[in-house]
Design a protein around this ligand. Structure first.
Ligand code: SF4
Ligand code: SF4
Length: 387
């Protein structure tokens, strides 16, 4: 295992432990965590809302007697917090579940909009965090993010964070926090953690056949997952990449890659391979948007490239993925940037180098990203998560 800033380059994502008959398979999970620790993984990431995860992880760490030897991260369900008392309630409950009296890292979970942070600030979260740090209950404070680049930069600059966690992989280089977000974190000099390195497994299972064939025939002998991991660890700004690992085999393979991957290990040849894989994925896309943003800003607030990115993911991956991303990054913003806000002024189209019929495509995107049956869910989700 290699380490960056004291963190193992590979972190253990504890969102989905293996379950059996509806419950987490405790013994299997324990043996996987034990093996991960033996192989040098020192970073474990869970959250309040991952079903059963905190309780199981806490019990395993206690039984293996490794709590003080690892770095433990969990997350505040900030979207459920309505008053200051709730901050104490969630933290105390999480400490109890995790069988510990301190957290190495405590993240504001699933931030998508600066308005969420502003709400927490209005409830006194900054003083509260200072108090918890002084009391030794929390050592470092950060946030996990699912939104667009501009919003990421706003949240990053809104507080003196100790770390952050973003979705990032070679397909998200220009979406979510994106490469621009990675560079902004590096400028702050704080550790950067990565989730979804394989885009939920899609950079492995759902690659187009042409990409799979090229990977299989390539002289490096790397798997599709290895290409994705190595692309990330090639970047010096990245501290640790999280992976949810549900077998010893996968764990050992990922640890092997993490022990070999190098900063700036990619040359022209490797980057060209990634570009070709992306090219094959892009061939399956619906709209030829490159995310250049020349069409922005839209006077009505539509986030045109972000909408097209989600719309494309419905086709390059699957419908559920595109819709989930749409809800996370667009529909749940305080100021929504929905395709339905378009008034067809046409201003954007004159700037688009890809000559996309943006107005027509937005109509199609709205229809597919938000089918009629999702509208009630959307209203409820906005009430709960945005307020
Ligand atoms: S046509 Fe629609 S999306 Fe384009 S600038 Fe006008 S309102 Fe915005
Ligand atoms: S200008 Fe065209 S290609 Fe660029 S982001 Fe806008 S829609 Fe996409």
């Amino acid at each position: 295992m290699q380490y960056r800033n004291g963190y193992s380059m590979l972190g253990y994502g504890c969102m989905r432990f293996t379950s059996r008959n509806g419950n987490i398979d405790y013994e299997k999970t324990k043996s996987e965590i034990k093996r991960a620790y033996e192989l040098g993984v020192n970073y474990f990431d869970t959250a309040y809302i991952y079903p059963g995860s905190e309780e199981v992880l806490g019990r395993i760490l206690e039984e293996l007697e490794i709590r003080d030897k690892i770095i433990l991260t969990t997350k505040l369900p900030q979207y459920l917090v309505r008053n200051r008392a709730a901050l104490d309630k969630y933290l105390d409950e999480e400490l109890k579940r995790l069988r510990t009296d301190y957290l190495d890292n405590y993240l504001m979970h699933h931030m998508t909009d600066i308005a969420q942070w502003e709400k927490l600030v209005s409830l006194g979260v900054t003083d509260w965090l200072d108090e918890q740090k002084k009391a030794g209950k929390i050592r470092h404070v950060g946030f996990s993010f699912h939104g667009n680049t501009d919003m990421f930069i706003k949240i990053l600059n809104a507080y003196d964070w100790d770390l952050c966690l973003i979705q990032y992989n070679y397909l998200d280089e220009n979406s979510q926090a994106g490469r621009k977000g990675v560079e902004a974190v590096a400028e702050k000099g704080i550790p950067l953690f990565i989730m979804e390195p394989l885009r939920g497994g899609k950079l492995v299972n759902l690659l187009p056949d042409k990409a799979k064939k090229e990977i299989a025939e390539d002289k490096h002998g790397w798997s599709a997952a290895e290409w994705a991991f190595r692309w990330l660890w090639n970047q010096k700004e990245i501290t640790c990449v999280l992976s949810g690992m549900n077998s010893i085999e996968m764990l050992e393979e990922n640890c092997r890659i993490a022990s070999e991957a190098e900063i700036d290990g990619f040359g022209d040849e490797e980057f060209a391979m990634i570009d070709r894989i992306k090219g094959y994925i892009n061939e399956t896309m619906k709209v030829t948007c490159t995310g250049c943003k020349y069409c922005m800003p839209c006077p009505k607030g539509v986030d045109i490239p972000a909408v097209f990115s989600c719309y494309n993911h419905m086709y390059s991956e699957n419908k559920a993925t595109g819709r989930k991303e749409f809800f996370q990054t667009i529909a749940l913003r305080r100021e929504p940037a929905m395709p339905s806000q378009c008034v067809k002024c046409g201003k954007c189209e004159s700037h688009c180098p890809q000559v996309i019929a943006i107005r027509d495509e937005l109509v199609r995107a709205q229809k597919e990203l938000m089918p009629w049956y999702s509208r009630i869910w959307y209203r409820i989700a906005r009430r709960v998560m945005v307020g």
